[in-house]
Ligand binder design. Structure first.
Ligand code: KIV
Ligand code: ZN
Length: 517
């Protein structure tokens, strides 16, 4: 093992997908895993196969399709979880079972209802069982930052003896501060002297310290960092992969020759893809990949930058793949160039999807002078939705104005069926969304709604990001169009579709009768 290498373990598809409203369908997960492989992460945690049939299928598909990184699957220290993870990973050339229990007394007593000794016994048994599927077994004890250190040493020692090859020491609740976390990692690393074992960290961001804690842990001997694109993950999220990679690279002087194998120049595209697929916007001032990261507003800063870039920039936009302009195609671009461009962004469409996407690209290029990467990503994303079971927007018409009652007529299509209805609202968007509710038979409550221009110019596509609650479930999505009412309708419909698919059927929609076929 290269001891100078920090292993980048990406958990966007597992912990990241646990972000409220971030659910992805199988197809989207495969596309994202492909992009993570292009990014050259070392490990892709593809999912939690026991959680649902969809999760199992996605891990199984990724294990069969995505080459390069090790594919990992999560399992509790429970035999049926491990077996399911082992079966889902079977097609992968390099596969890892990641099994976890807990290390803190509060978790053991209240959640797992086990004594410390029983937890060790379960963990040992589980690691041994996981080893019957693969030689690469990671063991995690949740909530280590609120646990007794000597108990952790005992627990990790037992799991190493049982065959674990990576020991993950998570800050599950984002409680630690950097010095304290580094001391914990140093303590455990110093006491478990097993050659070839990799110590890993997995930090949550509840106090905004996930990246700082992960990097402090590396200085104390950790050699794997678990992180996610755009910092997605439970609650406040995980350490952001892009921050970890660029910190190790930009401050190489601080990390004594350590390096990560990630292709940094692909970070920005990967971040955009994750944001498009999950529907979760990246805050403008997000480190490394936010829209403002390389923007200089104050006169003093602009003056400095013009004289010498290094006065106010510690990284170049190109280092993370932000091009000065990502103008790509126009209305004369051919199908071949179109496909080539999508594949450079890590997107592979079937022939039928490509035909449809190309037709839509041509329509867009007719409306807009310039078509940018982000426009293409939006078209591709819409193609990747599972068309056979979902509602698609076929047509809408709105009538609105001062002193008039805003009214919308909407036509939806599902397979070959057409559904048509109309509704009034307190604005054109409200009227369209109400029509969609009537047509699909599910009623969503809008929690967040925002619009921003995806690219530049007055003819730019408007991107609507929304979060919708369906009962207790919340779903996020985006929709884009040169018309913002259409963008709103697409975003809302995408939430409805995600909600219906997450319920495993289009049950609500099935009760609707097609109208005016
Ligand atoms: O936060 C956590 O502790 C986890 C474990 C499953 C590693 O996500
Ligand atoms: Zn986690």
């Amino acid at each position: 093992m290269d001891t100078n290498r920090v292993i980048i373990f990406d958990t966007t598809l597992r912990d990241g997908e646990q972000s409220p409203g971030a659910s992805l369908n199988r197809r989207e997960k495969i596309e994202l895993a492909r992009q993570l492989a292009l990014l050259n992460v070392d490990v892709i945690e593809a999912g939690f196969p026991i959680a649902s049939q969809d999760d199992f299928d996605a891990v199984h598909a990724i294990a069969g399709i995505v080459k390069g990184p090790t594919i990992a699957a999560l399992a509790r220290t429970v035999e049926k979880d491990i077996e399911r993870a082992g079966r889902a990973l079977a097609p992968a050339k390099k596969r890892r079972i990641h099994t976890f229990s807990s290390g803190s007394d509060i978790h053991l007593r209240t959640m797992l209802k086990m004594t410390r000794a029983q937890n060790i016994e379960h963990s040992v048994r589980s690691v041994k069982f996981a080893r019957t599927f693969t030689d690469d077994v990671e063991y995690s004890a949740q909530d280590t930052t609120r646990a007794d250190r000597d108990y952790l040493v005992e627990l990790y020692t037992a799991t190493v003896e049982a065959g674990a090859t990576t020991l993950n020491i998570p800050d599950t609740v984002g409680y630690a501060v950097p010095d304290e976390y580094a001391a914990l990692i140093g303590y455990i690393v110093g006491r478990i002297r097993a050659p070839g074992i990799v110590f890993s960290v997995h930090c949550h961001n509840d106090l905004g310290m996930a990246t700082a804690n992960s990097l402090a842990a590396v200085k104390a001997g950790a050699r794997q960092i678990e992180c996610s694109i755009n910092g997605l993950g439970e609650r406040a999220g995980n350490a952001a992969l892009e921050e970890i990679v660029m910190a190790i690279r930009t401050r190489a002087d601080q990390f004594g020759g350590l390096r990560a194998g990630v292709r940094a120049e692909r970070l920005y595209k990967t971040s955009r893809l994750v944001s498009r697929l999950t529907g979760l916007a990246v805050q403008r001032n997000k480190a490394i990949v936010g829209a403002n990261t390389f923007a200089h507003e104050s006169g003093v800063h602009q003056d400095g930058i013009l004289k010498e870039r290094a006065t106010y920039e510690i990284m170049k936009p190109q280092d993370v793949g932000i091009e000065r302009t990502d103008l790509v195609l126009g209305k004369h671009s051919g199908r071949h160039a179109f496909r080539h461009h999508l594949s450079k962004m890590g997107i592979v469409l079937s022939r039928a999807e490509l035909d449809d996407a190309y037709r839509r690209f041509k329509e867009l290029a007719d409306k807009k002078k310039f078509v940018y990467d982000d426009d293409l990503l939006m078209i591709a994303r819409e193609e990747m939705a599972d068309a056979s079971t979902l509602f698609a927007l076929d047509y809408f018409h709105v009538s609105t104005g001062t002193g008039a009652v805003p009214t919308a007529t909407v036509l939806l299509r599902r397979s070959k069926e057409i559904y048509r209805d109309a509704a009034c609202g307190d604005g054109p968007v409200d009227a369209v969304l109400k029509s969609i509710d009537r047509l699909t038979g599910v009623r969503g409550k809008l929690l967040d709604f925002s619009i921003q221009a995806i690219t530049v110019g007055k003819d730019a596509m408007g991107e609507v990001s929304i979060r919708v609650a369906f009962g207790r479930e919340t779903v996020s999505a985006k929709g884009a169009s040169t018309d913002i009412v259409e963008a709103s309708a697409k975003a809302y419909l995408s939430c409805v579709n995600r909600y219906l698919s997450s319920r495993g059927s289009v049950a609500a929609g099935k009760n609707r009768k097609p109208r005016n076929k």
